[in-house]
Design a protein around this ligand. Sequence first.
Ligand SMILES: C[S@@+](CC[C@H](N)C(=O)[O-])C[C@H]1O[C@@H](n2cnc3c(N)ncnc32)[C@H](O)[C@@H]1O
Length: 328
Amino acid sequence: MAVQASIKGRGGDHSAFQNDHREAFQADVLAGLSGKQKTLPCKYLYDEAGSKLFEAICELEDYYLTRTEADIFHSNLDSMAALLGPSAVLVEPGAGNCEKAEPLLTAMDTPHAFYPLDISPEILLNAQQRIQARLPDLTVTPVVGDFTCAQPWGEIPPSSHRKVIFFPGSTIGNFSPDKASTLLAQFRSYLSTGDGLLIGVDLVKDSVVLERAYADSDHVTERFNKNLLSRINSELDGNFDTEAFAHRAFYHPHRQRVEMHLVSLCDQKVQVAGQTFDFEEGETIHTENSHKYTRAGLEALLRESGFNPTQFWTDNKQHYAIYYAETL
Ligand SMILES: C[S@@+](CC[C@H](N)C(=O)[O-])C[C@H]1O[C@@H](n2cnc3c(N)ncnc32)[C@H](O)[C@@H]1O
């Protein structure tokens, strides 16, 4: 089958997608900067430059998550593929460069179709072409959109084949436990009885290891975090001085999460889309949470969201876990 460089969903009509996306981006940024604790939604970290920086983060020695998850996949691909069964439809929300789906699809028994979903269209097209070239008989249909909304799910045609949602990278950790439960229940509502979920989750561990992963010695995470300010400058007519903010990441043991912030280094005023925001020295913009789970906590989350965890895999340090769960 020829490589089809096309994208389903709003991404198919690039200008409509960009207009909707820009309006939502502006509304979310203005609302986030107007709160007492200033915040910016972490999904906006992933424009084209941010997605490339995230790929660089995944290569870092300090960022154990990707390496550990890849090792678990590598050691257990055959048993995972067997659980997914023949002719399954694989759907990956937040697929990014699809580097984890590719070996899984290769190990699976004649997968029927693959739908990578992401908010960032550029990274999806590259991934589609790479996977389609490697697996020419597989239908690969990228869908652009926000996976927390109904829109991208509605772009996937109904199928009588078994469906499996693939959700690696501990992306679930970017949601508070309440919102994670809502998101998994939304995934569940897309699935039918007997369908499955293969999910990768970062586990609670020593805070030194956790903090090093999000404040790496090569300062790539700092560039990833500050890229959000550059993105606001270029897309929303902002005038953030990225040198006037510092990157900070710390583990909050009570909330079981690493928080990422940008700290204002002085009293300053910043303009975005015609509005002015005051910053005091030391005030922060909270840009990302990465929640960590215990096995018991994650299993409870899966159950309350309509899934029955039937199998899990971990590494020898128990830093990371991959679960397979069936719909209840
Ligand atoms: C942490 S990365 C994980 C990428 C890949 N799944 C992996 O495991 O390496 C998160 C990805 O999810 C995408 N993403 C984050 N929030 C999203 C949302 N609400 N809707 C769609 N994509 C989203 C980002 O663009 C990025 O590619």
